[in-house]
Design a protein. Sequence first.
Length: 499
Amino acid sequence: MKTVHHWIGGKTVEGTSGDWGPVTDPATGAVTTQVALASAEEVDSAVAAAKAAYTTWRTSSLAQRTAVLFRYRALLDARRDDIAALITAEHGKVHSDALGEVARGLEIVELACGITTQLKGELSTQVAGRVDVAAIRQPLGVVAGITPFNFPAMVPMWMFPLAIACGNTFVLKPSEKDPSAANLLAELAAEAGLPDGVLNVVHGDKVAVDTLLAHPDVAAVSFVGSTPVARHIHATATAHGKRVQALGGAKNHMLVLPDADLDAAADAAVSAAYGSAGERCMAISAVVAVGSTGDELVAKIRERAEKIRIGPGTDPESEMGPLITKAHRDKVASYVTGAAAQGAEVVLDGTGHTVEGYEDGHWIGLSLLDKVSTDSDAYRDEIFGPVLVVLRAATYEEGVALINASPYGNGTAVFTRDGGAARRFQLEVEAGMVGVNVPIPVPVGYHSFGGWKDSLFGDHHIYGNDGVHFYTRGKVVTTRWPDPSEAPAGVDLGFPRNH
């Protein structure tokens, strides 16, 4: 059986806690790997390695840092298939989807390669007689990232490339459900020339997380995961004086107006709701059909959903893979089986789906629930699976009010041909990321990703300008130098004396 250990100080370090976590192949249900779960002492050693590396990395030139990052980007590009294969083996997503994940992570590596312009300061000269004021940004120190199972390569790459480009050192605690991609990312960084200790990976569970949150040598924590855990991360880490960006869960809505192209809207709903088996925080999980659009839109979604091919991620013909664990599969299924009793019309029930030859895999089919009420479990909870709920609204105003009443505010979308309606929506909707005829509005790397309300705890979004600001702190320097002509007697600087 394969074993995954920690990466500390530029090398593989075997786990010593005696605790191990199982890693399954979601397509077969078989345990294929065991991952070492770190003790508090092992986390301490990773932080110590990062702290030691910080003393020299923080003073490295921007040219040195970007040279490493450019080489790193080339290695990631060359090994993208290998990274994607690890994602498929442990997460279950189809290979094409895994490749897309790697590509979105590479965007942030590319952003980090241009950190020289992002870290430029400001200078005001002659604010008073011979007085200049400069604003600069400096790194924080040792920073940590705690990342989820659904994007085991992309989300870490949303964090550590920018952090180390800014001069920090990094301790990554990836999900113990699919840990291998994180180790490969660290190994490639070392191959690119990243000094030992600048990037460290410790695997673990709550023990590792709580140790990082309270560690006196960790200056900041980045997190992506569910809202309850994000709230805990934010409260605990800030109580220990740390800077925190904690991205939580979502219930992303897609508002479909009566003038929308319903074929385009149905295509978008299917890809956004069921892609990656719905295991993404930017999935569209609720469609709000306005006016008379509901029946036709639901029929078009059903027609498309029934054609999605479900199978192992290694099969090139598969369009959707299994869920990450059996427990998660059963939880997702419970929302569908209980939907009718809470007033929903079950248009598609995917809970009985199996795949021939892979009967022990964590399979579930696509489910579509219509006429869902806002007080039902299927609407209120983040299901994180291939379940799409449809709600009806009589008017645009009613639809927007429904969306804004949600405690989440991660992403949202509107489908319409009316520019005025789209403009109103983007200004009135209470969410951090808005798509206009775009179902999953994940920003490109040089803009920042993050939601509102219970989808984000902390003041900074991830990557983009917010990411640079999160991983640095500002300093203002006020300087006054005497004129050279005022040099003390006997010191000749070659300047004329004032008479």
